[in-house]
Design a protein around this ligand. Structure first.
Ligand SMILES: *Cc1c(COP(=O)(O)O)cnc(C)c1O
Length: 426
C-alpha cells in the first residue's frame, strides 16, 4: 500500500475496492460497536442463526428421529462438519472432526499420542502458551506418573512476546516424546512455522501437534501437506461458531487406527455403535477421537458460519486480514506512537497472525475507555491490548475510526477516569 495516507477517504477507498465487503451485511453488527474482538468471540451471522434454528426445529419436528432425519441429521453432523472444515485447515476430509472443546480435545490427543518410554518421557511446549494448554499438559504428565516440573519443558522467549523457531528446534532433544505448540501465539499474534517445526520434529522421531485457536480461520494451513501429526482448536473465535461452540480436531491419516486415549461410544464405527458391544470398534478416521453425544446446539451455528469461509476460501480471507492489520499498523505508527503505545506483534506478513498487539502501562484502563467509546478491544494482563480487525465483517473505516477514538482517549487522557485493573473476563 504505497500510496498510504492517513485520511478517512483512503479508508473509504479501500472499503470500496474490498471484494469481501458484502459479507459485513451477513453479520449482526448494529449493537456491538466497532468490534475488534473477533479473535476472542466472533460475531453472530444470519447464516449461523439460521442453522441453529434449523437444528432446533428438527428437534421440534422429529423428536428422537432428528438423529437421522432432516437436513442435518444429528448422528452424522460431527463428521459432516469435519468434512466441511477440512479445507480451512488444509486436511483431507476424514482427518477432521468437529467435537469436544479445545482443552478436552487436547486431553484426548495427548492421552492418545503421548507414549513415553524409557528414553523419551518429556513433553515440549512453550512459556508463552495459553494457561489451559499448560494445565492440561501437566495433568497428563501426572496421570502417567511424571513430575511436570521435570518433564514439561517450556521453550523460553527472548523478548517476552515471540518464540524463535531455532530455540524450539534446539529444545527437541532425545528425551522429548511429544511437542505441543500454538499455530499463532495468543498474545503477540506471532505465526509459528508449523511446516518447519514438523519437519524438524519428525527428523528426531518426535510426534508434534498444534493448538490452532488463534490461527484457524485467520491464516492458511496445510496440515496434511506439512505432515502435522495432530491439531485442535475452538470454533468460537475467528470461525464465529458462537459462545462455547463445539471445537475441532485433526489427526493425520497415518495415525488412523490408533486407539483413542479417551474412548467413548462415539469413538465407534457408526455402523457398529448401536450393536452395544463391550468391545469398541473404533472408527478408522478422525471420528475415533470423539467421546460422547455431541452438543448439537453448540455445533449447529457452525454449519452456517462455515459456509461463508468455504464460499470465500482462506486465501482471500488471509489477504484481507493482512491488509487490515497492515493498515492498522501504519495508522498506529503515524498517530499513536507518540503516546507510548508500542506495537508488539510481528511486523512481517508471514509472521503476523490476525490481530494487532499493543502494549502500554495503562492498558487495562485504556481498554475500559475504548469500550466506553464504542470500540471493543480485549485486554491481556498485565499491559496488552489486542485488536482484531476481522476480514468478513470489519472495514478499513472501522480501523480508521478506532485509531481516531484511541488517539482522542490518549490526547485527552480519558482513561484516567477508570481504574487500571482488569474486569472478570479479559
Ligand atoms: C481460546 C483458547 C483456549 C480455550 O480453550 P477452551 O477449552 O475452548 O476453553 C485454549 N487454548 C488457546 C491457545 C486459546 O487461544
Amino acid at each position: 500500500m504505497a500510496e498510504f495516507d492517513h485520511r478517512i477517504d483512503y479508508a473509504k477507498r479501500l472499503d470500496k475496492h474490498d471484494p469481501l465487503a458484502r459479507y459485513r451485511a451477513e453479520f449482526y453488527t448494529d449493537n456491538t460497536g466497532i468490534y475488534l474482538d473477533g479473535n476472542s468471540l466472533g460475531l453472530l451471522s444470519k447464516r449461523a442463526e439460521a442453522s441453529l434454528l434449523d437444528v432446533l426445529d428438527s428437534w421440534k419436528r422429529y423428536g428422537i428421529d432428528g438423529w437421522t432425519n432432516g437436513d442435518n441429521p444429528w448422528f452424522y453432523l460431527s463428521e459432516k462438519l469435519g468434512d466441511q472444515m477440512a479445507p480451512i485447515v488444509g486436511a483431507n476430509p476424514n482427518e477432521v472432526i468437529v467435537t469436544g472443546s479445545t482443552t478436552v480435545n487436547l486431553h484426548q490427543l495427548v492421552s492418545t499420542f503421548y507414549q513415553p518410554n524409557d528414553r523419551r518421557t518429556k513433553i515440549l511446549a512453550d512459556e508463552l502458551n495459553f494457561p489451559s494448554d499448560i494445565y492440561a499438559l501437566k495433568s497428563q504428565l501426572k496421570l502417567k506418573g511424571y513430575d511436570p516440573s521435570e518433564h514439561l519443558v517450556e521453550v523460553k522467549s527472548e523478548d517476552g512476546h515471540t518464540l524463535r523457531e531455532e530455540d524450539i528446534i534446539a529444545a527437541m532433544t532425545d528425551d522429548i516424546a511429544l511437542i505441543v505448540l500454538p499455530g499463532v501465539l495468543y498474545r503477540s499474534g506471532q505465526v509459528l512455522d508449523m511446516e518447519l517445526l514438523t519437519k524438524e520434529a519428525h527428523k528426531r522421531n518426535i510426534v508434534i501437534g498444534f493448538d490452532l485457536c488463534h490461527s484457524v480461520g485467520s491464516i492458511v494451513h496445510e496440515l496434511s501437506a506439512w505432515d502435522v501429526d495432530f491439531a485442535f482448536w475452538c470454533n468460537y473465535k475467528h470461525l464465529n461458531g458462537g459462545p462455547g461452540s463445539t471445537g475441532g480436531l485433526y489427526v493425520n491419516q497415518r495415525h488412523f487406527g490408533s486407539e483413542p486415549g479417551l474412548a467413548g461410544w462415539f469413538s465407534s464405527r457408526k455402523d457398529k455403535q448401536f450393536d452395544m458391544d463391550h468391545e469398541l470398534t473404533a472408527a478408522e478416521h478422525a471420528g475415533a477421537f470423539q467421546i460422547g453425544t455431541p452438543n448439537l446446539f453448540s455445533m449447529a451455528p457452525i454449519i452456517g458460519a462455515l459456509s461463508m469461509f468455504n464460499e470465500v476460501g482462506m486465501e482471500q480471507i488471509r489477504e484481507k486480514s493482512l491488509k487490515l492489520t497492515s493498515y492498522f499498523m501504519q495508522l498506529i505508527q503515524a498517530e499513536l506512537a507518540k503516546f507510548g503505545l508500542v506495537i508488539q506483534n510481528p511486523i512481517d506478513d508471514h509472521k503476523r497472525g490476525g490481530h494487532i498487539y499493543l502494549e502500554h502501562p495503562e492498558a487495562a484502563r485504556i481498554c475500559k475507555a475504548l469500550k466506553a467509546e464504542g470500540v471493543i478491544p480485549d485486554f491481556r494482563t498485565p499491559n496488552g491490548i489486542r485488536l482484531a480487525p476481522v476480514a468478513l465483517y470489519n472495514t478499513f473505516e472501522d480501523v480508521w475510526n478506532a485509531v481516531q477514538i484511541l488517539k482522542d482517549i490518549m490526547e485527552e487522557e480519558k482513561y484516567k477516569k477508570y481504574e487500571n485493573k482488569r474486569g472478570v473476563v479479559a
